[in-house]
Design a protein around this ligand. Sequence first.
Ligand code: ATR
Length: 273
Amino acid sequence: MKKFALIGQPLSHSLSPSIHRAAYHHMQLLGRYELLETAAEQVEDVIELVRTGEIDGLNVTIPHKVAVMPFLDAIDEDAIAIGAVNTIKKVGNQVIGYNTDAEGFKESLLERLHINTVREQRVLVIGAGGAARAIVHTLGKDGAVLTIVNRTMSKAEDLAAMYPFDVTVLTIEAAEAMLNQFDIVINTTSVGMSSFTNASPIKLNQLASSTLVCDLIYNPLETTLLKEAKSRGNATLNGVGMLVNQAALAIEIWTGQKPNRKLMEVTLVSEVR
Ligand code: ATR
């Protein structure tokens, strides 16, 4: 029996066990996926369980995605650039950290647009926190043309300065006025999560009809931003695909096998509804 776990705090609302268990069942993988509610001072001890082989793989969520990094023997180069780890595995005698979040989002984006690359896509990223950092890295290294806006503009400027490629920073008002210049708009902020329900992070008046509007939020399945985009006739993408794909990519790292993503998605959506 393989043992996998999610560490974070709080975890009681996590949907990861459902989607992992559905995947393992379909793959006929004898594995358990447990929630390990972990305080900051316990992080090192839990990683030790991977080193001793008691745990075969870890997922990491808020607030430990950065805190786990010093305790790992090696970190994948994308996870280093993103500055956060969400998947851990022992390879040989090394405990290694990976990040599958942004790659998971990129795969759902490519699938939604029926394209093979984001190269030359003009992307507006709303937000300048951890999620934005990951998305900008992953889309930028593949040649997307990126612009960031954020409530606190200085944070967007600091973020843009971190990359080896050009990233434009605009005020939210300036981006709103030239919204028709973007092929893809992505909300990475928490604006639109259940507690803010009616808020939208950007006004869509100038949106072109061909622009895909994305939100990393998966609960609710449709944020105010996505509702407004849809009512204008635009295509939309929520965070379900990202959550499913990051889990699927973690399973691939741990087992070398590809799980059934459609089944995982159906499981997730039924839990959110
Ligand atoms: P995450 O890791 O999910 O990206 P984070 O690093 O805390 O979380 O970043 C949160 C992002 O959401 C930031 O861009 C934040 O804007 P500020 O930098 O101005 O704080 C944004 N955000 C959170 N609440 C917001 C709100 N009510 N209105 C606008 N932006 C908000």
